[in-house]
Design a protein around this ligand. Structure first.
Ligand SMILES: [Fe+2]
Length: 247
């Protein structure tokens, strides 16, 4: 099966509000159009949106997000990031009832189990997975042990070497990585770092997808950005392969 991971869209209050001279709505529209184009040349089974859908949690931005995502006509999993407001996401889901949003956050095909874990700490930039959420994740992985498992989340689990984001990564990443190693999880997909990066550790492929909004300059410890943007296509076959698309 093939999935697309998009992350860190940071939609502002309205199209007129830019961030670092980037129009987030234009970037998101471009990505959605690209997804439609790619779907005409290859089959895409699932889209994972790994958090920071909006910059400030605005209701209108979530309305735009869900309507635009539904226009891609592909099932998608929505994960919250540190910039999101979960109550507002839920309000808009109740209001719009998006057709392609997978409310369980889980997806199975004949070989793969795709799931997520919540890493958001209310009011904080850094991430943390509560003991409850870790235990829940473990239960779901065990229940689906006949499948290969991929776990998606917002915060990155390994430093990317860019202090401005490594200072607010997933705090208890070691607990997650131990659990994933124990249960032979095959893939971990993150966002949040506004950086594209892949590691292979203990038979796990760990990936950070590039942001749809902007990237941090590699290695920076102050606010310095580059306007490139993109997303990943992940081919979940026997040997995982990953295509980073950038614009
Ligand atoms: Fe983030």
């Amino acid at each position: 099966m093939k999935a697309i991971q998009i992350t860190d869209i940071h939609l502002t209050q309205s199209r007129e509000h830019q961030l670092f001279n980037v129009n987030l709505y234009d970037n998101f529209d471009t990505i959605c159009e690209e997804i439609c184009r790619i779907k005409r040349v290859t089959e895409i089974d699932l889209i994972i949106v790994s958090g920071d859908i909006t910059n400030d949690g605005d209701i209108d931005a979530y309305r735009y997000f869900f309507k635009r995502m539904d226009s891609c006509q592909t099932p998608y999993i929505t994960i919250a990031g540190n910039h999101d407001l979960k109550n507002n996401i839920d309000t808009v889901i109740t209001e719009i009832k998006p057709k392609y949003n997978i409310t369980s956050g889980e997806y199975n095909d004949k070989n793969w189990f795709i799931t997520y874990v919540d890493t958001v700490v209310k009011g904080e930039d850094y991430g943390f997975i509560t003991q409850n959420n870790l235990a829940e994740l473990e239960k779901r992985i065990i229940l689906n042990k006949k499948f290969n498992t991929a776990v998606f989340m917002h915060h990155h689990t390994i430093p990317v070497g860019t202090p401005i984001v490594d200072s607010c990564m997933l705090e208890n990443a070691a607990d997650l990585l131990t659990l994933c190693k124990k249960h032979k999880v095959k893939f971990i997909g993150c966002g949040h770092a506004h950086t594209s990066r892949i590691w292979h550790q203990n038979d796990i492929t760990i990936s950070v997808a590039p942001a749809v909004s902007f990237q941090w300059l590699s290695g920076t410890d102050t606010v310095k950005t580059t306007k490139s943007f993109g997303f990943n296509i992940i081919d979940f076959s026997e040997n995982i392969s990953l295509t980073s698309c950038s614009y």
